[in-house]
Design a protein around this ligand. Sequence first.
Ligand code: KG4
Ligand code: ZN
Length: 354
Amino acid sequence: MILTFLGIESSCDDTAAAVVRSDGTILSSVVSGQTALHAAFGGVVPEIAARAHAERLDGCVEQALGRAGVALRDMDGIAVTAGPGLIGGVMAGVMLAKGLAAGTGLPLVGVNHLAGHALTPRLTDAVQFPYLMLLVSGGHCQFLRVDGAQDFTRLGGTIDDAPGEAFDKVAKLLGLPQPGGPAVEAEAAQGDPAAIRLPRPLLDRPGCDLSFSGLKTAVLRARDEAIAAHGGLRLQDRADICAAFQAAVAEVLAEKTRRALAASPVPLMAVAGGVAANGAIRAALDGVARERGVRFLAPPLALCTDNAAMIAWAGIERFRLGHRDGLDLAARPRWPLDHAAAPMLGAGKRGAKA
Ligand code: KG4
Ligand code: ZN
């Protein structure tokens, strides 16, 4: 039987609602971003985010149902991000979902945001378990082996910043606009990655853990040296620093992917998160996958970044495994996917993710 779910997402700075069917059809996916609201503060302000979610969520749900041409009564369930994320936003989504479930009698399924990202290749390409997922965004960075819709093994992750966060901070250091990723990538295209030597953090240590904050500090030093040498930051120096930074991130991600695939051989490796938009990083990961004879999959960008279609889908997968939540469903700021993994130390500017 084909199921149709409403999905709701509000764990960071995107308010989103979507209607998705269990055959993989996305009937609608509405995302209302908050970049402009936080622009003046250099990062997501949790209280502003929570307020904006509370104001926008019902409108997003109405739009998602409208665009899909369905009514709430046509749904088979309501899936909502119940964590991890900025708690005020998660609570806003969970409260709305509970209200809708209570009003309609529909089943309620709380979804882990990271599971939403990790299960996206099954929504977009119907891939089979097991596979390797690399989540790389402004708030997440981890390798997950996915063996089932509720069976994740964390192979490693960042011990400090997420890579998108590092791109954003590097952009800020170099006077480039936010979000930093696309700006740094555009600059890097004009630069020479070999002009400056930046470190390759944690490559000397075994395992799949990553670190990006030292790289950011190295960029600061390179910038100051260039300024001291020439009395200002020349455009070519800036482009070279961007190219060197991007090459360092790509190389580290590629090598850690190589290790993850060696430790846990699987037929497919997928990426998700905004950083997966980066051409050099994509190419480096694709290269490692080829080298190991593994299929490489990068879902369309709109489904790589935060959205509610992935939440609806993960809700369907959980529901099919018999999972239901009651009106006591709790919003959780932290919710590790892999209960066996040691807790991470890092808590980026977008909040601790797991
Ligand atoms: O997944 P995402 O949209 O949202 C959150 O993490 O919440 O990821 C956004 C991040 C930002 O840090 C942005 O700078 C980064 O993804 N990003 C990129 C590129 N496009 C976006 N990083 C590197 N290269 C890009 N082309
Ligand atoms: Zn996310």
